[in-house]
Design a protein around this ligand. Structure first.
Ligand SMILES: Cc1cc2nc3c(=O)[nH]c(=O)nc-3n(C[C@H](O)[C@H](O)[C@H](O)COP(=O)(O)O)c2cc1C
Length: 292
């Protein structure tokens, strides 16, 4: 399972995910992505490019997703009711993993020459993409131009990672691991639902979480403190925000990113949370995190 901090998997339950798979060596990992999405409670439908079927069979992804896998745009049976538009409207989000250099180039140019590119053009859902390719292909100016353009067009890039490659090279271009892709998808829903602090509805409960260590000065140089990492409080704040609460996180000195949709107040020296907690009383609900 992905780490709890900033990864409220509950935000994926019931979501409809369209997974696009293109013809890269990392296509075998798409089986694990389907498994993870299903475990997180998503409905998953898979669309493969023609080339992807040389790397992993539609039958495998059909068995794992529990849904027929679509591979062809010009399919008279599936298109009896304009299936590609229906599928584009069905998706709460589109995730392409792995995305080849070729597919990325086609997406950048708005091409609709197969089912996957057509769906991407016809959908208004959030779109995430995990590039996967040889390091030289990734570094090529054409690919770099293309991924920049994708980001400008609203695609959320996941990775790629760097390291050993199937071809024997070492460098950037490896597809991010399935667990990281799941984390990115989860985050995209949290971000979408609770994009900024204060975006929860006015009637939402207000949750106050304290996290991180306190410090009690003994003299101008020395202090008494504890081993709190702040992780538990940050995870609780992330989950509360994902559930729709208005969240204020009163934080001691820790090096953790602020969860999406959470208002963070950094406690100033001498790092005592009590004053903040009492001066900002929540109207409807209060939660004070254990400091672990
Ligand atoms: C064995 C093999 C592995 C490949 N791996 C990759 C890859 O990891 N990334 C990539 O961008 N292209 C890779 N290619 C090239 C793509 O398969 C090729 O560009 C194809 O046209 C992409 O089709 P698609 O984008 O429609 O799926 C590979 C080709 C072969 C023969």
């Amino acid at each position: 399972m992905a780490p709890l901090s900033h990864s409220p998997l509950s935000s994926l339950a019931g979501k409809r995910l369209l997974l696009g798979v293109s013809a890269g060596i990392a296509a075998y990992k798409s089986a694990l992505i389907v498994r993870l999405l299903k475990q997180a409670g998503c409905e998953v439908r898979v669309v493969m490019t023609e080339g992807a079927q040389a790397f992993i069979t539609p039958l495998t992804l059909q068995a794992l997703s529990g849904e027929p896998v679509r591979t062809s745009l010009l399919d008279p049976e599936a298109e009896a009711g304009m299936g590609h538009i229906e599928l584009a409207r069905w998706a709460d989000a589109i995730v392409i993993a792995p995305a080849t250099a070729d597919l990325i180039a086609r997406l950048v140019h708005g091409m609709a020459d197969d089912l996957l590119t057509t769906l991407c053009l016809a959908s208004e859902a959030p779109r995430l993409i995990a590039p996967a390719m040889n390091q030289a292909m990734w570094r090529h100016p054409a690919t770099q131009r293309n991924v920049k353009q994708l980001a400008t067009d609203g695609w959320q890039l996941i990775g790629p990672a760097a390291g050993d490659q199937a071809c024997g090279d070492v460098g950037p271009g490896r597809m991010s691991e399935p667990a990281e892709i799941l984390e990115a998808v989860t985050q995209s829903f949290v971000t979408k639902n609770f994009a900024s602090p204060g975006s929860a509805s006015a009637s939402a409960p207000h949750v106050v979480v304290t996290a991180g260590p306190t410090r009690e000065a003994l003299d101008p140089v020395r202090y008494l403190s504890n081993h709190s990492s702040g992780k538990m409080g940050y995870a609780l704040a992330a989950e509360a925000a994902a559930q729709g609460a208005r969240v204020t996180l009163i934080s001691g000195p820790v090096n953790l990113p602020t969860p999406q949709g959470v208002e963070r107040l950094n406690v100033k020296p001498p790092y005592r949370c009590t004053k903040h907690r009492l001066s900002r009383p929540p109207k409807r609900r209060c939660l004070s995190a254990a400091r672990r």
